[in-house]
Design a binder for this molecule. Structure first.
Ligand SMILES: [Zn+2]
Length: 141
């Protein structure tokens, strides 16, 4: 894994707090959602249900939610970012995450709740089509 200093995502504090509340509410399952961004700035949070068959082990946004979110983001010409939580493990893409991310090309924000009930923390990743993982940084603004 390489760190890329140019990969930065700025998240307004009110949105970040909403994301944290969503992933904490999902505990001990994984929780997921999407963000709409413009440039490096997150402008909207779309918390969703986790449609995975084993929600304690993986997270999937349903096709219906993806379409709804994609259409909304399209209204302001934004980009979609995927976020989800790891209830027990590090905020780092699992093998299955990497496999999915390779195809989607989205940026990934991953929360870890491994120190629950302490607050979760988040990390940012870009995963390319070959599956190599680059970490960026998150700025709460
Ligand atoms: Zn994951």
């Amino acid at each position: 894994m390489v760190a890329e200093s140019s990969l930065v995502l700025r998240i307004p504090a009110a949105i970040y707090e909403q994301m944290v509340a969503h992933v904490v509410a999902g505990y001990p399952n994984e929780a997921c959602g999407a963000l709409g961004s413009q440039g490096d700035l997150v402008v909207k949070d779309y918390p969703t249900d986790n449609a995975a068959e084993e929600p304690d082990d993986f997270s999937i946004i349903s096709e219906a939610d993806i379409v709804r979110i994609y259409n909304d983001i399209d209204e302001y010409d934004g980009d979609m970012i995927y976020y989800h939580s790891h209830p027990q493990s590090e905020a780092y893409p699992s093998a299955r995450d990497i496999d999915w991310a390779k195809r989607s090309g989205y940026l990934y924000v991953i929360f870890s709740l491994q120190y629950h009930p302490k607050p979760p923390y988040a990390r940012l990743f870009k995963i390319d089509s070959a599956g190599s993982v680059t970490e960026g940084s998150i700025e709460i603004i």
